[in-house]
Design a binder for this molecule. Structure first.
Ligand code: SF4
Length: 204
C-alpha cells in the first residue's frame, strides 16, 4: 500500500480511495497498481501520516494530490499538508473531479487557493449528458454545471488552472476544447487512455 509514489521529479499523494464519480475508465476499478505502486489503501492516512510519507519535500519539484480517489473529500488533510508545503516553498497541485463545493456544500476555493500553485480539474465531456454517461456522478443532475462553476471559481484565485479530458470515442474533443478555452478561458489538456494506464494519470 503506497501513500505516496514518485514519478520523475514529482511526488504524488494517494490519500483516499473514495470518489464521488464512478468513471467507467477509472484505473482504480481495473488495477491496484500504477508503475509498481499499490494504490489500494487499507486506511485513510492522517495529515501526519502523509507528511511522514513525504519525507523531505525539498527533494521534489512538485507535490501532487493525485491517487485512487478524490482528494478534496479530505479537505482538512489537504489544507494541513498544503499549508506545510507552502511554508517549505514546494509547489502543490491538486488533481480533482471538481466536486469540492458540492461535497462540502460551500465554496472551498478561497480555502485551498492560498496554498496551491496549480489545479487540474477533470471535466471529461462537452455536455452534461456525456458527462453523466462517462462519470456517473453521485450528485446526479446538475453536477456538470457545478464543475464548470468550480473551474470559474478557481480561475482568478489559483495561478495555473487546467481542465482535462480523456480521449474516448464518446467525447467530442474539439467541442470540449472550444468550451474550455473560450467559455471557461483556461488551459485544456487531453489525455489518451493508454497513457493513463501506463503512466501516473488515472483519470483526473
Ligand atoms: S477517474 Fe477520477 S473522478 Fe473518475 S472515478 Fe476515478 S478517481 Fe474518481
Amino acid at each position: 500500500m503506497s501513500l505516496v509514489y514518485q514519478l520523475g521529479h514529482s511526488l504524488y499523494l494517494n490519500i483516499t480511495n473514495r470518489c464521488t464519480n464512478q468513471c467507467g475508465f477509472c484505473v482504480r476499478f481495473k488495477n491496484d497498481c500504477i508503475q509498481g505502486y499499490n494504490l489500494t489503501l487499507g486506511f485513510e492516512p492522517t495529515a501526519q501520516d502523509i507528511l511522514e510519507a513525504i519525507g523531505d519535500p525539498a527533494c521534489f519539484q512538485e507535490i501532487v494530490f493525485c491517487g485512487y480517489g478524490e482528494p478534496l473529500l479530505r479537505l482538512p488533510e489537504v489544507l494541513a499538508v498544503s499549508q506545510f508545503l507552502k511554508e517549505q516553498k514546494v509547489p502543490v497541485r491538486v488533481n480533482t473531479n471538481g466536486h469540492g463545493n458540492l461535497i462540502h456544500q460551500r465554496n472551498i476555493v478561497p480555502e485551498i487557493a492560498p496554498y496551491i500553485s496549480a489545479i487540474s480539474i477533470s471535466l471529461n465531456a462537452e455536455n452534461e449528458a456525456v458527462y453523466n454517461q462517462l462519470c456517473q456522478p453521485s450528485f446526479g443532475t446538475g453536477t456538470y454545471q457545478k464543475v464548470k462553476e468550480f473551474i470559474l471559481e478557481c480561475k482568478p484565485q489559483i495561478p495555473k488552472v487546467m481542465v482535462t479530458a480523456v480521449a474516448l470515442p464518446q467525447v467530442d474533443i474539439k467541442a470540449l476544447k472550444q468550451l474550455v478555452e473560450q467559455e471557461l478561458g483556461v488551459i485544456f489538456k487531453v489525455r489518451h487512455y493508454n497513457d493513463i494506464v501506463q503512466e501516473e494519470k488515472y483519470g483526473q
